[in-house]
Ligand binder design. Structure first.
Ligand code: AMP
Length: 226
């Protein structure tokens, strides 16, 4: 298999970020997490950040054309030539169609969509206890992954905060948005035979192992098909 164009799909709090970073280390492919890109833009008060903030704070999606522009630019870059890992994009059918169109222009297509499946109850439990460091975005959980000192990031010592969009009423809105706008992508990619389902309720290390095995199997299948 010459290139790996990967999409991580799943509800907020399913562990896409954690797994994406691990795959990024394993595969040495650029990792584009649209939520992280948008939060950085909000911090830096760029035009993109100013546009995105009000949608993000309300648990809504930013408009398709805004985020499609961000990703199209990333995919045009030389670093993405051998593949990439997308986390948090696409999130709507028009975004998935725009991704197909963009890759089509480059003579490429999505290699696999890794769906990390977690139910709503678990999402609420995870996001309710999530604490994110103000400076570097490092993530902890009050029960599952507590910092050494309460309220302080182990890595850079900056304060740990509840993300505005991890507040309970916003989490409920984000889940509703996921079911309404993003879940249809499961069928979209299943019909294109690129969907792989992974149980995201398992501990993070187990999920990583399953993801690694899934990718290894895909590579074997692709080699055999040549
Ligand atoms: P995340 O960190 O992936 O949960 O993203 C945080 C927020 O950023 C989301 O709730 C949306 O408001 C916005 N966002 C991230 N990715 C997208 C996308 N592909 N389309 C629209 N909005 C997005």
């Amino acid at each position: 298999m010459s290139e790996l164009n990967l999409v991580l799909l799943g509800p907020p709090g399913s562990g896409k970020g954690t797994q994406g970073e691990r795959l990024n280390e394993d595969l040495r492919l650029p990792y584009y997490a649209t939520g992280d890109i948008l939060r950085a833009a909000v911090r830096e008060e760029t035009e993109l950040g100013r546009t995105a903030k009000r949608y993000m704070d309300a648990g809504d999606l930013v408009p398709d054309e805004v985020i499609v522009g961000v990703i199209a630019e990333a995919l045009d870059s030389a670093e993405a030539r051998d593949g990439f890992i997308l986390d948090g994009f696409p999130r709507t059918t028009p975004q998935a169609e725009a991704l197909d169109a963009k890759l089509g222009e480059l003579g490429r297509s999505v290699t696999a969509v890794l769906l990390i499946d977690v139910d709503d109850e678990e999402v609420v439990r995870r996001l309710g206890g999530r604490r994110t460091c103000e400076e570097g975005g490092h993530v902890f959980h009050v029960d599952f992954n507590p910092p050494r000192q309460e309220g302080v990031c182990d890595i850079d010592g900056s304060p740990l905060l509840v993300r505005d969009d991890d507040k309970p009423e916003v989490v409920r809105k984000r889940l509703a948005t996921y079911h309404e706008k993003t879940e249809p992508l499961i069928d979209y990619y299943d019909h294109r035979s690129v969907l792989r389902r992974i149980d995201g309720a398992a501990p993070p290390d187990e999920v990583t192992e399953v993801l690694r095995r899934t990718l290894a199997t895909m590579r074997l299948e692709a080699d055999e098909a040549v």
